[in-house]
Ligand binder design. Structure first.
Ligand SMILES: Cc1cc2nc3c(=O)[nH]c(=O)nc-3n(C[C@H](O)[C@H](O)[C@H](O)COP(=O)(O)OP(=O)(O)OC[C@H]3O[C@@H](n4cnc5c(N)ncnc54)[C@H](O)[C@@H]3O)c2cc1C
Length: 330
């Protein structure tokens, strides 16, 4: 049995966010002795672990490579664990590959599940932009695994305070000062990773319609009303999000963060509805983890019709969404 360290950074109030609780569930599923290593301004214990190690202080409140890597390295050394499981947050994804190098170990990012196979821990991950799935084991230790958020159910047991062993971190040179955070001016929060439905808008919403005119203002209203009523998450095709840079009529709440596809995001939602989007492969590859796919397109020969959607409605998306919104409000 190997010793497993769950490595997590805490939120401002010392709590653990959902990706950390998912990584905790994955760490527990491996069996073995469980250690927990926490980094943050404030850290609180976590019941059920053989050891809880912590690095706390103002310098560790914010994401910064030098302090994050130093804290993670100190925790891994103090724990001595052979397997380190961490949530694949942007903060850890940046710092932990360097930590694996410092420890003489290995790292695998974007893991989607962990299990014991033939008596050894095995990691599942995708390659070539989610086109191939592989199951890997490694003999090198320590082995750091970054688990992508949203892949395993979060641990839902009770969080019990436990004693935290404080781990000292050697002084590090801090060249980066975080002065604040700035969010894209999207006007309205439309990306909801936990939503049951992904609603995708394509460039068709901004194109000339049957009457020879564009109807972008109505498109905005139809999409926003639908999102507000259903709390669906909003995705976009590359063509649509790129329009904003070309000075064309655009959906104002759509940013590059909404882009789904090969050069965009690959979100995980049980269902997806694509509208006015052609369903070309570089776009549809971002739908790999969408459970049930439906699309609305005027063109019966669009990409969705070629095995990429479970259901294609050959219809005018303006008409369909007007009626869907009326049903939702009624
Ligand atoms: C290297 C590379 C990487 C790429 N990465 C990505 C990526 O990450 N994500 C991505 O999205 N694309 C990506 N693309 C671009 C991709 O190939 C397509 O060009 C893009 O997805 C097309 O966007 P679209 O379907 O919204 O627009 P269009 O191709 O313009 O399609 C608009 C669709 O709207 C339909 N339509 C119009 N009006 C209506 C209506 N009233 N009702 C119903 N349907 C209507 C039309 O029939 C048409 O099918 C990439 C391309 C390359 C080469």
């Amino acid at each position: 049995m190997e010793t497993v360290l769950l490595l997590a950074h805490t939120e401002a109030d010392g709590s653990l966010a959902k990706p950390a609780l998912e990584a905790l569930a994955a760490a527990k599923s491996l069996g073995g002795e469980l250690h927990v290593g926490l980094v943050g301004e404030k850290v609180r214990g976590l019941g059920g672990a053989a050891r809880v190690l912590g690095v706390a202080g103002a310098a560790f409140a914010q994401s910064r490579y030098s302090t994050d890597a130093a804290a993670a390295e100190a925790l891994c050394r103090a724990s001595g664990a052979s397997i380190v499981i961490a949530p694949g947050t942007s903060r850890w994804s940046r710092a932990l590959p360097g930590v694996a190098f410092r420890l003489g170990g290995r790292v695998d990012a974007h893991a989607t599940s962990l299990a014991i196979e033939n008596g050894a821990p095995a990691v599942t991950r995708w390659f070539y932009r989610q086109r191939m799935e592989a199951v890997l084991t490694r003999s090198q230790r320590p082995w750091i695994v970054l688990l992508d958020p949203g892949c395993v159910p979060a641990w839902s047991g009770e969080l019990v305070d436990a004693t935290v062993e404080t781990v000292a971190v050697p002084a590090v040179k801090m060249r980066t000062t975080v002065t604040g955070t700035r969010s894209p001016e999207a006007g309205e929060q439309t990306i909801r990773p936990d939503a049951r439905l992904l609603f995708v808008a394509g460039a068709g919403w901004t194109k000339k319609q049957a009457d020879g005119a564009t109807h972008t203002a109505e498109a905005e209203k139809l999409i926003l009303n639908f999102l507000r009523a259903t709390q669906a998450s909003l995705g976009g095709s590359k063509s649509l999000v790129d329009l904003s840079g070309e000075g064309e009529a655009v959906l104002r709440f759509m940013t590059h963060l909404n882009q789904i596809g090969q050069t965009g995001a690959t979100p995980r939602h049980p269902k997806g509805l694509s509208t006015c989007c052609h369903g070309e492969e570089p776009h549809a590859v971002g739908w790999r983890f969408i459970g049930q796919r439906r699309a609305v397109n005027l063109d019966p020969n669009c990409g969705w019709a070629r095995g990429k959607a479970d259901v294609l409605y050959v219809a005018d998306a303006f008409e369909v969404m007007r009626q869907v919104n009326a049903l939702l409000q009624g």
